[in-house]
Design a protein around this ligand. Sequence first.
Ligand SMILES: [Zn+2]
Length: 887
Amino acid sequence: MVHALLAIALLAGAPAATPPPPAPSSPARPATGPRRASPAPPKLRLPGTARPVRGAIDLTADPSGERYGGTVRYQVSLSAPSAVIWLHAEALTIGAASVGGKKAKLLTAPGGFLGLSLEAPAPAGQVEVVVEFSGAFDRALSRGLYAVAEGERWYAYTFFEPSDARRAFPCFDEPGAKIPWRLTLHVKAGDVALANGRIASETPEGALRRVDFEETRPLPAYLVAFVVGPFDLVDGGTGGAARVPIRFVVPKGRGPETRYAVEVTPRIIDALEAEIGRPYPYDKCDVAVVPRFWGTMEHPGLVALGQPLTLIPPGEETRERRERYANIAIHELAHHWYGDLVTHAWWDDIWLNESFGTWEDANVTERLEPAWRALVTSRWARRAGGLEADALPSAKRLRQPVTSRHDIEGSFDNGITYEKGASLLSMYEAYLGPARWRGVVQSHLDARAHGVATSEDFLVALSAAAGPQVAVSFRGFLEQPGVPLLKATISCGRGGSGVSFTQERFLATGPRDKATRWSVPVCVRAGAGERVETVCGLVGAPRGALTLPFCPDWLWPNAGGSGYYLSALSPAELPKVLPHLTLAEKLALTTDAELQARRGDLPLADALGLVAPLAGSPDRLLVSGSIDVAGLIEPGWLGDAELARWRAFVRRTWGERARALGWLPRLDDDDELRALRRQLLPLVAGDGEEAVLSGEAQALARRWLADRRQVPAEVAWPALTVAARRADRALFDRIVAEAGKTTDRTEKGRLLAALGQVEDPELARAALALVLAPGQDRRDTGPILDRMLAGRATRRLAWGFLVENWAALAPRLRADEATWLISRAASVACAPGKRAEVAGFLKPRAEPFDGAPRALASALEEADACAAARTRNQKAISRFLVSATTP
Ligand SMILES: [Zn+2]
């Protein structure tokens, strides 16, 4: 799946995809004779004595009703005589249950466990377990089996990862319990029913219809999926060597908005097969277009992709929207190999899904649309995201033990599981070479196809193909948290030339750590005159060295920029090295400079000295790099006079270019130019408050609100975001009215998110009041609060709102949403004097949400690093702003 935080990053500028929320959880409620478990019930994992072999679900579901119900039937293998069989069920009502034909008594245990207790133990061997149950469609939080209305019609969807299958039906809800499933759904005659497997037969049953599906390949419960409702089906052609049929499953009438998805999805499957070198592992590819971004998920045979990605109205098919659909569709479809075909045995190995899915989505996006330069941009972004998370003292390991429900939720850590993991894979790919690396990945997939795998299995494949030393090196990054900082020293003499390295763990805050060690696959690029060479090797600890074929004039310790380590930068060397670097290397350098300047290793002025040369570069990505480095100046730290200088600095640095581009695209503008416009215009018109461009944004936004056809979509949204900052009451009311009017959930989300930019205190209060207003869905209004917590002018107001309204807010948040909101709110602790108050308020409130306490601890560490950087760099920032704005 796509983690919520990742989703937000990817949707930057769009509705900050607030992930959706949980009803108050309750354990399974037996209908008859409940009693507490006496034989020690499981706490987290099911006992290994009862393992499912195959499963069948028979369910009657009408999404317009309140409840659904049915029967599950499992063939279970018992390794020992068993008096109690434990499985998972949460917030379900359980009816009769039997084991081997004998009636079972029901036990419950906290954490979503259901025990089936027998008078006499069932003997070892195979036994059939049957459980009748019913449940309520979730209508508030979009988890488990949930129902959503589109206009007057109701549709039901499933979303289970990691642990919500147990909310839909009783099951062995662990990733390692991978079994074939047979589904039968009884639905209204007018409803469409689809699931992972193909439809085997359909039979009328009075007012209902019985739909039987073919048995699936082995799947864990979290990958089981089905949808029910009056959907339209759109033919998407076929993909892959086996010409697998593709269809889009959309709410009634929305078919025409799948034009781009229909065009590109077959090519995506072709590109995945070409890249991975293995065929698409399943026999169909239905795409369930689920209501929100949340729920986007890799179920084989019925992949779920959110409406904000997939449904693009004809006038809005911008590069941004196309890229977003393609990238996420590729990620979810890549999981058909990484996660579906080969599944992690337990959640501590989720990196085998998410790191690989993330690494592969960039490769395949590059193959699909080279002009998007996905490899360079995503490697840069992911390395930066990984390094930032990994620089915190409490950073978790990539393979982190999972011993609680908190840990399960926390294992989907954006910075580590997705970004660090993908960056490591890129580093070893670069080190071994793409062909050799691909061989490692293929042999891992082949060895475990349709089964489960652990980190050890992968390391075995790596060791076999690349040698034990490489596997040892990889294990060091897998099992140790943190990131190495390498300091390179060149030596040239009679004995030859070489470069030696010292290493330490780079920590954003706190004392230095010289104890943690890695064996790092390093590639350096060195040059002397015309001669340039790349030399690679494993650099050990505490010192390591590489031999160079000549004595270099310059050396960059991270060739290609794909090394997952920081290079210690020396102000004297920077100007010497910079001109020799490739695009990817320059981008990596900006990240290294930022992190080191924040920690005080590199003088702030030297890091900020990179801004001007990069901002003037013809390459858009280097302009992005300049904006990132300038982020060392956090506007929230500045007083009024300094803020005015900072705005002037923004205008002076990027203004001329923004003015030359103008808001409105020209016919012959290519995609890169359009992307540059989307970046620079909001920066200069918004943060820089450039009078002309900002006035134009106001006019464009108002014109677009009056008539959508008058302004191209690619301009309308950034202009609206800028205009909303300085909105007056009339514009504010107009945006609220349009959000109320639109029937397109994506547009509604974006309009509401724009209100999160409003800076006028009275209007900001009015915007915040919408978050919990009657008649508003918090899943749509959540971004208002998210954005205000991030805004310099609105942060304190938003914090006050959060404190005052937490009791009303909390029941409407799923664990992942609460985690996100709490982490965002914790950033307020960077402000002087706020740390104790913020931590004191959030700590007890994080506790009830799986994964939130650890995320809060990280967010507070980040705030501490922010506060330290603020103290350390404040004076240097003032000096820089004076010198940068003095004519
Ligand atoms: Zn994923």
